[in-house]
Design a protein. Structure first.
Length: 188
């Protein structure tokens, strides 16, 4: 159990002492827990460190990074190996972005494209692929399931199959029903 001690007298009147203690506490609250080691680090807009590169990351070229590049046009046709200045002029003429696809190849591979539209379509495809994941649906039956209930569950299983889901049919036996599994198989 912790005990709270009253603040030691600092020789200041009551309200000034409280304000002085609060200022000291706030100063401690806003100090970096790592000290001054992380003050010079820069971050990009997503909060990640600027020095760390992501996989499959494309970069829009605004200034020359190398002397020559392999250029692909917006339809996917090869335009050949060009210098960066002429590729940037071509991108401005067509009102497109020059995007570096593979910086590690020799010479680096770049493509003319509308980068904003490309990122939008990529996010849309990823979102659509998450929606189309088929789930496994389960239909539970017992040997004493009445005919109407059985028909309702059968219709539901057909609906799941039409939607593209996998259906798992579970037979549940309780008590003395476990001694006669053939009744459940007759139900199926």
């Amino acid at each position: 159990m912790t005990t709270i001690e009253p603040p030691k007298s600092s020789g200041l009147p009551g309200s000034a002492r409280v304000a002085d203690d609060a200022r000291i506490r706030t100063r401690k609250c806003f100090r970096s827990p790592r000290g001054t080691a992380d003050r010079g680090r820069s971050f990009n807009h997503s909060g990640r460190s600027a020095g760390i590169k992501e996989k499959n990351r494309q970069q829009v070229i605004t200034r020359p990074t190398s002397e020559q590049i392999r250029l692909i046009d917006e339809e996917g046709g090869q335009l050949g190996i060009l210098d960066v200045a002429s590729a940037l002029e071509l991108a401005q003429e067509r009102d497109l972005d020059l995007v570096e696809l593979d910086p590690n190849s020799e010479p680096p591979t770049c493509k003319l494209m509308n980068f904003g539209k490309y990122k939008y379509n990529l996010a849309k495809r990823q979102k659509g692929s998450k929606k189309s994941v088929n789930k496994r649906k389960e239909v539970k039956l017992r040997p004493k399931t009445e005919q109407h209930d059985f028909d309702v569950k059968l219709r539901r299983a057909k609906k799941f199959l039409e939607e593209g889901h996998k259906v798992l049919v579970t037979l549940i036996f309780r008590g003395r029903e476990q001694k006669h599994p053939e009744i459940g198989f007759d139900l199926l």
